[in-house]
Ligand binder design. Structure first.
Ligand SMILES: Nc1ncnc2c1ncn2[C@@H]1O[C@H](COP(=O)(O)OP(=O)(O)OP(=O)(O)O)[C@@H](O)[C@H]1O
Length: 241
């Protein structure tokens, strides 16, 4: 198992944000978390990333109690530092860990592989939204961690770019054999990308939907995908299926 969250509770200023949440992600699994706004999805990722400390419960990443940097974390915004080039943004984590020299070649290899090498010395404002997300995702991969936590990474992209990113990230995930936990509001995205989707409710309980659709999956809406999306939507709104 790659990630195990057990009976997690978390409050901010006496306001209970998460109550007794448990969740597991298997090795190499693509798991998504969906749910109403404010149920605490992003908070789960921040706790798993070691950015916050739980009041109660445990988080284990690859059999070790989580700490800052135990997993690769791609936040919702402020992805890239505007004053650093693409290359220097990619090497940010390596620089902090004093491993910049060792990671240079790997960063170059990745830029070449995803067709961004010519943007090596560009600044984030010179890139399109999709390119910025690719660089931010590569930076998460370059942490070398087996578990990657992605907090609504495609939320701000237009529909076309988002679709391209879905295909891109799906093929990279299949190739790299990483465990990915994605928080999203986009039910198509959750179904298209995931092995399992967890629906987080306000009381901390979760429903699980297995996505047994063979890969590669259709980028277009199919009756099978639509049905899974409907199931998720009714779980989110607590309607009977
Ligand atoms: N720093 C903070 N101070 C006070 N309340 C906070 C803070 N951070 C989060 N919250 C509250 O905690 C709850 C959960 O927030 P979180 O961002 O984890 O939810 P979410 O399910 O990811 O929401 P969304 O889908 O809208 O992104 C919300 O009610 C939010 O207002």
């Amino acid at each position: 198992m790659s990630l195990e969250i057990k009976e997690l509770s978390y409050s901010i200023k006496k306001k209970r944000i998460l109550s007794n949440v448990s969740l597991q992600a298997m090795d190499g699994e693509f798991l998504s978390i969906v749910g109403k706004s404010g149920t605490g999805k992003s908070t789960i990722l921040k706790l798993a990333a070691g950015l916050l400390t739980p009041d109660h419960g445990s988080i284990t990443i690859q059999e070790t109690a989580t700490s800052l940097g135990a997993a690769g974390f791609m936040p919702q915004k402020d992805l890239l530092m505007p004053w650093r080039t693409v290359f220097d943004n990619l090497l940010l984590a390596a620089e902090i860990q004093k491993k910049k020299q060792q990671k240079r070649q790997e960063a170059e290899m990745w830029l070449q592989r995803v067709g961004l090498f010519e943007y090596r010395d560009a600044y984030p404002h010179e890139l399109s939204g999709g390119m910025r997300q690719r660089v931010a995702f590569l930076r998460t991969i370059l942490t070398g961690k087996e578990v990657l936590l992605l907090d609504e990474p495609f939320g701000a992209l237009d529909a076309m770019t988002k679709k391209e990113m879905h295909t891109w990230i799906s093929s990279l995930w299949q190739e790299l054999n990483k465990t990915i936990v994605l928080v999203t509001h986009d039910l198509f995205e959750a179904v298209f990308l995931s092995d399992r989707v967890m629906v987080l409710h306000e009381n901390g309980t979760m429903d699980e939907v297995k996505i047994d659709v063979p890969r590669p999956r259709s980028k277009q809406m199919t009756p099978e995908i639509a049905e899974l999306m409907n199931t998720l939507e009714s779980m989110i709104t607590h309607e009977e299926n």
